[in-house]
Structures are given as C-alpha cells and as structure tokens.
Ligand binder design. Structure first.
Ligand code: ADP
Length: 405
C-alpha cells in the first residue's frame, strides 16, 4: 500500500490517464470510443481481483468461530454426552472416564451399554421433559446413575448422567436403621406384653413366679430404655455434627470422674479399672458430656467383652501428632479382624447373643465414632485374638495449653 492507494487504484488512474491522452491526440468519435473503453477498463481494474494486492484492501475472511460445546461441557463435573444423529459427537472428561475414551463417534447405545438405557436413548425427540432413567451397575457393579435426556431444537440430544450412588447408600442406611431400631424395640416389648398376659392369668397368684416374671419385665424395659437413650444420643450428636466443640476439657480429670462413677455403680467385686495418665497432657478442645460418653462406652465394652476379673486400663498421653491420645485396653478374647471395619456401624455386633445378654444396644461404638468425628479426631480399634482389644481415640489439643501436674 502506498499512502492509502492500492495497486488496483493506481492501475485505474493510469488507464484513465492513457485514455485522456488518446482523446487529446485523436479528436471526436474515436475520442469518445477510447474514453468509453478506457473508463470501463478503469472500473474493471478497480473492482476486479488483483493477485498482486498487498491484502490491505481486501479484509481477511473472518475465522470460523470455535466450537463452544467442548469448553462448556468440559466445565461440568458430571458426565455429559452430546448425541447427533444417534452418535456421540461430544463427551466431557467425566463421561470419557466413566464410559471409555473411545466413545466419541460411537453409536450412543454402544457408548452407554446398559439394558435400561437403550430404549430411552432412541426415543423420538421431545420438547417435553422426559422422566429420568436409573442405571444400576454402569461403570462399577455397585454404582447407580440417573440418566437425564434433553433435546435441543436443532436435533441434538444432551445426555446427563448424575451419580446417585452416595444418596442411594444413605437412603438404604436410613431404611435399614429404622427397620433395625424397630426390631430391637419390638423384641423386648413383645416379651413384656407376653409376661403381662401371663401374670394376668394364673401366674399372678403365685408369688415366686410373679417376682421372677416382674424381674424379667424390668430387665426388658431397662433394655428398651437404654436403646431409646442411645437413639436419642445418636440423633443429638448428628444434629450437632458441624458445630466444632471448643471448650477446654481436661481428660485426666474426666477419666478420674468416670472411673469413680463406674466403680461406685459396680460395688464390690468388679474388675479393676487402672488409669495410666502421663504428666503434662494438654486439655483437648471438646464437649465434656460427649467425651464422658465416649469413656463410658469404651470402658463399658472393655468390661463386657474383657476377661472376667482382668483389669481394664485407661491410658492418656500426648501423641506424636500433637493430639491427645486416649485409649482403653482390655484383656478379652479380642475381635476377629474381618469384623473390625464394621464395628462402628449401627447395630453391628460380632456376637448378638453375647451383646444382648450383657445389656448391649449395638450402638455404643457408632456413638463413639460420631462424637470423635464431631471433635475432628480419629478412632482406631486394634485387637489381637486371645489377647485383647485396645480402642484409641485421638482428640485435638486445645490451643497450646499444657496442664502441669
Ligand atoms: P454393643 O452394645 O453390642 O456392645 P457396640 O457398638 O459398643 O455395641 O460394639 C459393637 C460390637 O463390637 C459388640 O457387639 C462387640 O461384638 C464388639 N466389641 C466392642 N468392643 C469390644 C471389645 N472391647 N472386645 C471385644 N469385642 C468388642
């Protein structure tokens, strides 16, 4: 480009100049013809194509806009597929991780290979929202996905997979929990009702029999009471789950208090409870009543399942992590390793008969786990069969305080 004039413009000017010179030299009719030819040539030169042009006069054709779909679906964490003409035209990372890297270009029925999906994937397009479909076992056997489909006006189909595995497991746990709790309550209730009926008949007249039945009824009612108390505890702890306890609690003092109250309640002849408390253990950040419940439940278990007459030991020390370590050790039969991961599930018992006979509700360790979680602590159960069990709880220390003893 020369000062704003392109080559085509210069060519047009040159032609007009030549034509003007010709008019000057030749005169009337011929001059008119030459002017006409010259003018036409000039216009053609100005508007025609010019391979020599430096590109400034003809703006470059606009770039084709980038396909926005990969960016948009790439930002979504759940699997998304775009289906065009029955084939997967786009899939985000989550979809490729779930269904395989090769799905783009594949028939969507092959990409989502599930008997429950094919019919819905091939249904005619609709502008009314269709009900979702549950796909059990897609990806992994225990996984559950909800498949939602939407159709765009230009004939594309958007397939959205939502992972429902967690919420399904939570719902199943809730249903199981209600069923278990009802069963645990119904058993002593049925027993009490049975004895009331028998006492109302002939057995009520005989003092020995009546006293024996009343004792059984009392024990069954106490069992129901313990269960209801544990259920209330669990729901309270769960309700406070996200409220971090922040009071300074001196666990050494709490151990002395709990130990004293258990020994008082058992009277003469029970197994000894030994407290091994290190010096200078800092207070923990905690909820005193809940930590007392942890101690009661752990010592209670150590006494229920420990060796008869053998001591139960409570240990307290500062752990290498800086947290405070509270442990309860017994010398019982121990727990087979395959049961250990499940002990904190509600109503899970290694030996249900033994637990019930000892007055267990099956909720003690579930309560401990929830309390420890609320305190942002850690729970660990170690057991050697034939030697005993140690349950350890780590609780964060309160600030940097240290108690001197
Ligand atoms: P339970 O009321 O039945 O004692 P828990 O939730 O406290 O319920 O414990 C669950 C199960 O874990 C018990 O039924 C028992 O089988 C086992 N268990 C707990 N603590 C011990 C222990 N110290 N020694 C052996 N088994 C234990």
């Amino acid at each position: 480009m020369i000062n704003g004039f392109g080559l085509r413009t210069l060519a047009a000017l040159a032609i007009v100049l030549v034509a003007a010179c010709a008019v000057f030299l030749l005169g009337d009719v011929q001059a008119t013809l030459v002017m006409l030819v010259g003018g036409v040539a000039a216009v053609l030169a100005a508007v025609g194509t010019d391979d020599d042009a430096d590109g400034a006069e003809a703006p470059a054709p606009p770039l084709a806009p980038a396909d926005p779909i990969p960016t948009v679906i790439g930002a979504i964490v759940e699997p998304i597929l775009i289906v065009t003409g029955g084939q997967v035209s786009h899939a985000n990372d989550a979809a490729r991780a779930l269904l395989g890297g090769h799905i783009v270009g594949q028939d969507v029925r092959l990409a989502i290979r599930h008997p429950g999906a094919a019919e819905r994937l091939m249904s005619p397009p609709s502008d009314v929202r269709q009900p979702s479909v549950n796909l059990v076992g897609l990806g992994a056997r225990e996984q559950r996905w909800e498949m939602r489909i939407g159709d765009t006006p230009d004939g594309q189909r958007i397939v959205h997979l939502i992972d429902q595995t967690g919420s399904y497991a939570a719902e199943r746990m809730r249903v199981d929990f209600v069923a278990n709790a009802s069963h645990e309550l119904r058993t002593p209730l049925a027993s009490i009702l049975g004895y009331i009926e028998t006492l109302g008949d002939e057995a009520g007249d005989e003092k020995g029999l009546r006293d024996r039945f009343l004792k059984i009824m009392f024990d069954e009612a106490r069992r129901m009471q313990r269960l209801v108390e544990d259920l209330i505890s669990l729901s309270r702890i769960e309700a406070e789950k996200y409220r971090l306890p922040d009071r300074a609690v001196d666990l050494a003092e709490l151990i002395a208090e709990v130990r004293g109250s258990i020994l008082d309640a058992q009277g003469e002849g029970g197994a000894p409870i030994v407290a091994e408390v290190a010096a200078d253990v800092p207070p923990v950040s905690g909820d005193r009543a809940q930590l007392s419940q942890v101690l009661h439940n752990l010592v209670g278990n150590a006494r229920k399942y420990g060796r008869k007459g053998a001591p139960v030991t409570i240990l307290l020390e500062q752990h290498a992590t800086g947290m405070v370590r509270l442990a309860v050790r017994d010398e019982g039969d121990g727990i087979p390793p395959e049961h250990i991961p499940r002990l904190t599930e509600r109503f899970y018992r290694v030996d249900p008969g033994r637990s019930r006979a000892a007055g267990g509700t099956g909720l003690g360790l579930a309560i401990v786990k929830h309390i420890v979680e609320r305190h942002r602590g850690r729970l660990d159960i170690e057991s050697v069969q034939g030697h005993g069990t140690t349950v350890t709880v780590l609780i964060p220390a309160h600030g940097n305080a240290v108690i001197k003893r």
